[in-house]
Design a protein around this ligand. Structure first.
Ligand code: AMP
Ligand code: MG
Length: 492
């Protein structure tokens, strides 16, 4: 696969690497080099991720740029692409794998570094192994936005672009996202070895993930000490907690195939995602999802369906179907509990009371009936708690009577508490800035004209989305009319 000459220079990123996923052996990956992208340039960088990785202060050098776009090898690494399978849109899709993501390696601190869009691999299945600038910027910004919101996610160090063209619906410029995460292992990795009846590899993979990321499963007394059942339960719980956060913030993933589900409960593989504008529980953000399988309000059920696929894959290790089903059960309690906890924080409540569920359901019903802007509503409600001015939030509703009735219940619930404390909690729980489609779109269009300043501005806001950022109100306003005409599909 490599276009690199034998004597290609080697870049030293100043990182120390250790053997990680590759210790699983050749059944799990194919070693290869990225395919160089010509004449690369920087599009955007996250200094926060650079710090987390432990990169030196002068990391954005020419040699780093070359290394992250495949023109220089990286000292101490042996890149590879991993194999996985998965269910796509509810149907078994067979073998997939890293078709355009190439793993550089794992740092000594335990972070994997991956280049997405770095060229063809044995798993490309007819694809070109590339990613377009547009989707790379979306992935970069949303990774960092989710992190800023406190939602588990893979991270993004940078986007590097090139004038090389790739064909999607039209010709577009290519780019690479450098992604960072403790692990990029997906449910689909387990499904792959289960479907191929390779129990030894399945067990090796499960042992690797348990030992590294879920060590408590080794010593648990749950399920009579069955570590694989405990592992399935722990993944179910993390996934439930993640989905609760998505639903509370109004995030629609768009392609919740089992190969896009992280075994660590991280948000992974940003494609046609969307933060809701007007609140519509049935919103479908993926233009390719004609059946609405991944509509916003379907996400919690789909995650459970995906966990069921994982359970099936783990069954040979767990050994007993009833135990596997029991291990999934926790999802059904953790999701609603976590969701209510998140919504209570949005409402400024630090304790729970009997009417809370009705209060939450009541406001969501009102928001849906009026298709009220989700992010703006919560932020204005937070300010109402702080300053007592009801008009800005009330004005969002056509059904004023309905809103007043709900607000009365809300105010009664807060009657005993300190309003200023509640307001603080609300302002920390209800972001001012989310990555709305139109904001991403504007930044992308400027970047396509080689002006990357819009991406940098958005990054700075989204890294700390709960802060006011005086002067940036234009990024916290209602979406323009044209926002609803943006069509985001699987094409990336
Ligand atoms: P996604 O829907 O982006 O999660 O991708 C599903 C599968 O298609 C994964 O195996 C990807 O690696 C692969 N894939 C997506 N786009 C490309 C591409 N341009 N070239 C090669 N493989 C791709
Ligand atoms: Mg994917």
């Amino acid at each position: 696969m490599s276009l690199l000459a034998e004597d290609t220079d080697v870049a030293d990123l100043g990182l120390r690497w250790k053997p990680g996923f590759s210790t699983l052996g050749p059944a799990f990956f194919t070693a290869l080099q990225p395919t160089p992208l010509p004449d690369p340039y920087w599009v955007c960088r996250s200094e926060a991720v650079a710090r987390e990785l432990g990169l030196p202060a002068d990391w954005p050098s020419d040699s780093t740029l070359s290394a992250l776009t495949g023109s220089m090898q990286i000292a101490g690494t042996q890149p590879f692409a991993t194999v996985y399978s998965g269910h796509q849109f509810g149907v078994w899709a067979g073998q997939l794998g890293d078709g355009r993501a190439i793993m550089i390696g794992e740092t000594e601190a335990g972070l994997e570094v991956q280049l997405k869009g770095a060229g063809r691999t044995p798993y490309s299945r007819g694809g070109d192994g590339r990613a377009v600038l547009r989707s790379s910027i979306r992935e970069f910004l949303c990774s960092e936005a989710m992190h800023g919101l406190g939602i588990p996610t893979t991270r993004a160090l940078c986007v590097t672009g090139s004038d090389a063209r790739v064909r999607r619906e039209e010709l577009e410029s290519a780019a690479v996202v450098t992604r960072v995460a403790p692990s990029f292992i997906r449910f689909g990795h387990f499904e792959h070895f289960a479907a191929n009846q390779r129990e030894d590899e399945l067990r090796a993979l499960a042992d690797y993930v348990i030992d590294r990321y879920y060590p408590a499963c080794r010593t648990t007394e749950r399920f009579d000490g069955n570590a694989y059942a405990a592992f399935l339960e722990a993944v179910s719980e993390r996934t439930a907690a993640l989905l609760a956060q998505w639903q509370a913030v109004g995030f629609c993933h768009g392609v919740m195939n089992t190969d896009n589900m992280s075994i660590l409960g991280l948000t992974i593989d940003y494609g046609p995602f969307q933060f809701l504008d007007g609140f519509d529980p049935r919103h479908i953000c993926n233009h390719s999802d004609t059946g609405g399988r991944y509509a916003f309000n379907q996400q919690p059920n789909v995650a459970y369906w995906n966990l069921f696929c994982l359970a099936q894959a783990l069954l040979p290790l767990i050994g007993d179907q009833e135990v596997a089903v029991a291990a999934l059960e926790s999802y059904k309690t953790v999701f609603p509990t976590e969701f209510e906890a998140r919504m209570r924080a949005k409402l400024g409540l630090t304790d729970s009371a009997e009417g809370d569920r009705a209060l939450i359901e009541g406001v969501l019903k009102l928001l849906a009936a009026g298709k009220v802007d989700y992010t703006i509503f919560w932020r204005r409600l937070s300010h109402f708690m702080a300053d007592g001015q009801v008009e800005p939030v009330r004005d969002l509703f056509l059904d004023r009577e309905g809103f007043d009735a709900w607000l009365l219940l809300f105010s009664e619930r807060h009657v005993k508490g300190q309003r200023s404390q509640a307001a603080d909690l609300m302002l920390k729980s209800n972001p001012k800035f989310v990555l709305r489609n139109h904001l991403g779109q504007q930044a992308i269009e400027a970047s396509q004209q080689k002006d990357n300043s819009g991406v940098a501005v958005l990054l700075a806001l989204l890294e700390t989305p709960f802060e006011e950022h005086p002067g940036a109100d234009a990024y916290a306003g209602f979406p323009p009319d044209w926002a609803s005409t943006i069509e985001i599909s699987c094409s990336s």
